[in-house]
Ligand binder design. Structure first.
Ligand code: DQA
Length: 148
């Protein structure tokens, strides 16, 4: 069955609720994790939710997902704009993958307006706040359903 997904979060997202509330809102990552877990269960997905501040750990998580997960939702945070290693790992992953950003990166500083991963993912969600996590889960469920 195609129903195991991983949500991978990059650097500083562990400080959601504390950092730049005007961009990211007041919800903590722990709360987002809980909401994701409830929504996933409701629509028949099994979800693992991870966060790391370390680029190599994110690369490892993406590589490991090749064997263990049917789809990836990734908020690569600042590494979105800098990491060729994360881009390459995502490119190697051949199943559905969704890029996610809480804020609208195209409305922010110039350095954020370039994503190194957009052209190697299935699709993306940005600028819709933390609801983007739920929207990504719903989209992922549809992508996995159509794959069968
Ligand atoms: C972010 C946007 C990135 O530019 C930033 O570095 C983040 C969060 C977002 O979710 O809006 O840490 O990925």
């Amino acid at each position: 069955m195609n129903n195991k997904i991983i949500i991978i979060n990059g650097p500083n997202l562990n400080l959601l609720g504390e950092r730049e509330q005007s961009q990211y809102g007041s919800e903590t990552l722990e709360k987002i994790k809980e909401t994701c877990s409830i929504k996933s269960k409701e629509i028949g997905l099994e979800v693992k939710f991870t966060q790391s501040n370390v680029e190599g750990e994110l690369v490892n998580a993406i590589q490991d997902a090749r064997k263990n997960f049917d789809g990836i939702i990734i908020n690569a945070a600042a590494f979105t704009h800098t990491s060729v290693a994360i881009r390459d790992a995502l490119d190697i992953y051949k199943k559905p993958k969704i890029e996610l950003h809480i804020s609208n990166i195209y409305k922010r500083e110039e350095f954020r307006q370039k994503s190194l991963i957009s052209d190697v993912v299935t699709g993306g969600i940005f600028g819709l706040g933390v609801d983007g996590y739920i929207l990504a889960i719903i989209s992922m469920q549809k992508l996995l359903k159509y794959e069968n």
